[in-house]
Every structure is written in structure tokens, then in C-alpha cells.
Design a protein around this ligand. Structure first.
Ligand code: FE
Ligand code: FE
Length: 309
């Protein structure tokens, strides 16, 4: 339960009108991301190298959508769900959920599909071949490092592809859960389904969520409600400010907090209905530079871009 509500929200909450979480659909989330990445890659203001990277990630998102439909993951059983409810723990917690070896087959399939895409840069083919050919233990160790964000152990060049396979697997899991089995957590800063940090937040305009802000999970694509003008990192409500690039898109801003000195991007569907958290965050590196210069650091990284710590 949020601590502070905006006017009108108290009433809405009393009526149970706020959608607390939005689980991903079983089909479509990665297709929407691919479309948005291509749209952003084609936008005039974006540099050539970022544009090429967005195109590559669009091919990744297409492959994710294609493999998502072939997935049949094991879901938490009754005892596991009861335990999650009792301890108010995420039911498919990223670090502790016993992921099936099938995710590695997914990684191989994904790499194959991306490598077959016509418009990817030659340099990416080496990493894609690596994902297909490296031993299972290596892939498992990379997955553990990525899910626990242990920077020193992450192989940066292949990380986006390994992460993409993990995202597909976890989105497949999350899309098969029902809202009732996902408990409200003590810690509002992480995904209530899988316990991962959000990549960005989005203020939605559809009928059930109109005007409400949702944090978007970097792993399983679940979204959860967080009251606006609240820091998504420390939940502070003082010293929150918004920043944007002068003359840049209206739909994307950075929300900073002067208590913990972090920021995350916030997207406004009212300004552009097709915003997508992972894609728009990736395409707005200029805003990250601005925030870095202003002395703020990112709340968490983009799942499709891994850089030196
Ligand atoms: Fe999640
Ligand atoms: Fe904060």
C-alpha cells in the first residue's frame, strides 16, 4: 500500500479501482517492443551507432516474440504459491526460482533467429555464435551473474542476448500467473512477481489504469503501481524533480530524487501512446548523459545494454 496518495486516488483505491499489477500478455509484449525500437531507430535525432544498436535489439525482440509462443514453463505449484503468500515473497523470484534447462534451448533458438535476420551488423554474429556454442555451465553461470547483477562476472558483449532469453522465459512465466497469486511486497521497489528492479516507469492512459504510474520490470515485464512523485528507488517523496532534453520528446523525462541521488525515466502515454519502457529507455542515452552531469546515477541498468561498471 503506498504511503501517500494524490487527491482522487484515495477514493479510487477505496473502490478497488486502481489496477495494482499488470501482468504481461502471453503474446505481443516483445512485438510491441520491436516495433517501438524500429520506430526510435528511424527517428532523425538519433545517432548512427545508437540507431544500429536499436535495430539489432529490434531483431532480438522479434526473436523473443517468436520463441515466447513455443514456451511451456513449469509454474509454481500450490505449496510454492502458499509459501510466497505467507512470506510476501515474489512467486517466481529470479534468483531462487529453479529455472528449467529449457531456457538454454531458448537462448540458442533466439541467437539463431537473430543471426538469420537480414539487417543486423556483422560484428554481432560472433557473439550470437558464442551464445549457441558455449557449454551449458557457462550459460548458467552467466544467467546467475545477470540475475544477481554481479557486474564483475558478466560477459558484457553477450549479456544482452543471454538476458533476452531470460526475459522471454520469465515473461512466459509471469504471463501465466493470475493477479491474485502475486502478493503485495514489503519492498515496493522491486517486481512483485520476480523481485527484479524496474527499468523505467510509465504513466498509462487505458481505461483501467488512466493517469496511474507503473514501474516496468526489466526481467518479466510485469508492471506494478507506484504513486506519482515518489522515488522508485528509496520511495522518498521530498526533492523529486523531472528533467528533459530541451526540444526533445515530451513523452520521456527523468525523475530524480535528492534524497538518494538516483533517477529513472518516466514515460507519458498521454504524449505518445506507443512508448515502451525498455525501448524508450535505451533510445534516450542523451538524457542519461544529462543526468550524469547533474550528479545523479541510474537506479538500475537497461536489460539490453551492459556497460563497464
Ligand atoms: Fe518481474
Ligand atoms: Fe530516492
Amino acid at each position: 500500500m503506498p504511503r501517500i496518495l494524490e487527491p482522487g486516488q484515495i477514493e479510487a483505491l477505496a473502490q478497488g479501482a486502481i489496477q495494482r499489477i499488470r501482468l504481461p500478455e502471453r503474446a505481443g509484449p516483445f512485438a510491441a517492443r520491436a516495433r517501438r525500437l524500429r520506430q526510435l531507430a528511424g527517428a532523425g535525432a538519433i545517432g548512427q551507432s545508437i540507431g544500429d544498436y536499436l535495430q539489432l535489439m529490434a531483431a532480438v525482440a522479434d526473436a523473443q516474440e517468436g520463441t515466447l509462443t513455443t514456451l511451456d514453463p513449469r509454474l509454481p505449484d500450490v505449496a510454492e504459491l502458499a509459501r510466497s503468500r505467507t512470506h510476501r515473497m515474489p512467486p517466481i523470484e529470479a534468483r531462487s526460482w529453479p529455472r528449467e534447462p529449457a531456457w538454454r534451448a531458448l537462448a540458442a533458438q533466439l541467437a539463431e533467429r537473430v543471426a538469420a535476420a537480414a539487417d543486423i551488423p556483422e560484428s554481432a554474429r560472433k557473439e550470437l555464435a558464442q551464445v549457441r556454442n558455449l557449454p551449458p555451465e557457462w550459460l548458467e553461470a552467466q544467467a546467475d551473474a545477470l540475475l544477481s547483477d554481479r557486474r564483475g562476472e558478466i560477459e558484457l558483449a553477450v549479456a544482452p542476448f543471454v538476458m533476452a532469453a531470460l526475459q522471454t522465459y520469465w515473461a512466459g512465466l509471469a504471463s501465466r500467473l493470475s493477479e491474485e497469486v502475486v502478493p503485495a511486497l514489503e519492498v515496493p521497489g522491486v517486481c512483485p512477481a520476480c523481485g527484479t528492479l524496474p527499468v523505467a516507469s510509465v504513466v498509462r492512459v487505458d481505461r483501467r489504469s488512466q493517469g496511474y504510474r507503473y514501474l516496468h520490470c526489466a526481467l518479466c515485464a510485469t508492471e506494478w503501481h507506484l504513486v506519482r512523485v515518489t522515488c522508485s528507488h528509496c520511495q522518498g517523496t521530498e526533492g523529486i524533480a523531472q528533467h528533459s532534453i530541451e526540444g526533445g520528446p515530451e513523452a520521456i523525462r527523468a525523475e530524480s530524487c535528492d534524497q538518494c541521488h538516483t533517477y529513472r525515466k518516466i514515460l507519458y502515454q498521454e504524449n505518445d501512446v506507443s512508448v515502451e519502457p525498455v525501448a524508450d529507455d535505451l533510445a534516450s542515452l542523451a538524457l542519461d548523459l544529462l543526468m550524469g552531469e547533474a550528479g545523479y546515477h541510474r537506479g538500475s541498468s537497461n536489460p539490453l545494454l551492459w556497460q563497464q561498471p
